[in-house]
Design a protein around this ligand. Structure first.
Ligand code: AP5
Ligand code: MG
Ligand code: ZN
Length: 214
């Protein structure tokens, strides 16, 4: 399975990725996670990406494409992958097509998680993430059993620095202007699978499996 998860900030890409990776045994490649890891480790890439991410702006295409291209060459991607948060611009989509074509493979599907903008801000602002294993929670919609502690690994939960209201609003605007044209791009190529992301998390997961298993 060669999959892309498409959807606005807070749509549930990361949440569903945890599930899809379990079901289909493909590596989860989140460009947002890669940048956050590099920021935490203080790498050159992290330093270059930080100011864009803190403003809720897109990191320049040239930086992103290089990283994804290198990641897709790794052995664990040979039989499939799940891209989360990439591509995000038409330029990135065209570059990804070139990379796949060079390897003689093609995408299985692009899962488009649809959620109305009014719901997105509260989803992002209420999100909490495990520092150790990366599992995603929500203070109201999907709370951990114990406040501030991960159910899966007892790790500490934290809030992303770009999950403050103003930055989230900026990220949503950027999604609408720069990323949502990709819905049409993949629809034209017969790859798009639309999923109603406003349902319960488990129902969304079930719909994704149904769509992929046919
Ligand atoms: P990234 O990390 O990709 O952030 P994003 O796209 O803004 O998406 P999020 O991670 O915020 O949302 P999600 O859809 O994963 O939602 P989640 O499952 O966590 O990117 C961050 C930044 O990095 C970008 O702003 C940009 O600067 C840079 N970047 C990354 N990729 C780039 C690229 N390709 N090009 C350029 N720049 C790039 O869910 C959210 C919350 O809702 C959680 O609390 C969850 O528990 C809850 N929830 C999930 N599903 C449901 C449901 N069905 N019902 C109720 N609650 C739910
Ligand atoms: Mg995410
Ligand atoms: Zn954890």
């Amino acid at each position: 399975m060669r999959l892309i998860l498409l959807g606005p900030p807070g749509a549930g890409k990361g949440t569903q990725a945890e599930f899809i990776v379990d079901q289909f045994q493909v590596p989860h490649i989140s460009t947002g996670d890669i940048f956050r890891k590099n920021i935490k480790e203080g790498t050159d890439l992290g330093l270059r990406a930080k100011s864009f991410i803190d403003q809720g702006a897109l990191v320049p295409d040239s930086l992103v494409v290089e990283i994804v291209e290198a990641r897709l060459q790794e052995a664990d991607c040979e039989n499939g992958f799940l891209l989360d948060g990439f591509p995000r611009t038409e330029y990135q989509a065209v570059e990804l097509d070139k990379v796949l074509e060079k390897s003689g493979v093609s995408l299985t599907a692009v899962i488009n998680i649809k959620v109305n903008p009014e719901l997105l801000v509260s989803r992002a602002v209420g999100r909490r993430i495990c520092r150790s294993c990366g599992a995603t929670y929500h203070v109201k919609n999907n709370p951990p059993l114990k406040d501030g502690v991960c159910d899966k690994c007892d790790g500490e939960l934290y809030q992303r620095s770009d999950d403050v209201e103003e930055t989230v609003a900026n990220r949503i605007n950027i999604y609408v202007n720069e990323t949502s044209p990709l819905i049409h791009y993949y629809e034209e190529r017969g790859k798009l699978v639309n999923i109603d992301g406003e349902q319960d998390i488990k129902v969304v997961s079930a719909d994704i499996v149904k769509a992929l298993r046919g």
